[in-house]
Every structure is written in C-alpha cells, then in structure tokens.
Design a protein. Structure first.
Length: 106
C-alpha cells in the first residue's frame, strides 16, 4: 500500500517528510552539493550521519521535509524546522538548502 506523505504541493514540486528510503539519494545530493553550500550548511553525507539526522525526525522538536519534483520525484532541496517550541510561544528555526543540480532555477 502506498501512503501519500506529501504535506504541500505546488505547480512543479511537492514537500514531504524525509524517509529512510531517501538515504542513498540524499547522501549523493549532500556529497555533490558540499562545495556549493560551504561554509553555510552541511547536509548529512554519510550513512551514519543520515541515520542520526533521520532519528532527529522522531522527536517533537525537529521536522525534515524534502522538496521533490512532481514529474519524477527527484530531490530538489531540504527544509528543516528545528528547536520547535509548542504552546503559546510557537517558534522554530528554519534551515534549508538546495540540490546543487537545481541551483538558480527559482
């Protein structure tokens, strides 16, 4: 059974939760994009780092969303919400980065 994990869709892309099945694609994207993002961001570029990153998503204080193309589901970028505070304050930090292969495409 296929579960739709999309949380937001647009004309050409959709956001969905990070999944274990993203590991190989995510690591490849992180390795290829490392120089492009340095020194501002560093994505999980090893199996161990990805496992730790995915483990964070199982907490209430971190959300990882991947941006994918509708046409072929290629990974375009990543959005992270971290240090999430719920209740009256309702806040979080937003971090994001793009797959270097899609840089400059708006």
């Amino acid at each position: 059974m296929s579960i739709d994990t999309r949380v937001l869709t647009a004309d050409r892309t959709y956001l969905r939760s990070l999944q274990e099945s993203d590991r190989a694609t995510f690591i490849k994207m992180a390795q290829q994009s490392r120089r492009f993002h340095a020194p501002w961001a560093s994505a999980s570029s090893t199996r161990a780092a990805f496992a730790s990153y995915l483990e964070l998503t199982r907490t209430d204080r971190f959300v990882a969303l991947v941006l994918c193309l509708k046409t072929d589901s290629r990974l375009v970028g990543v959005f992270n919400l971290s240090e999430i505070v719920r209740g009256l304050f309702q806040s979080a930090y937003l971090g994001y980065y793009v797959n270097v292969a899609f840089a400059g495409r708006g």
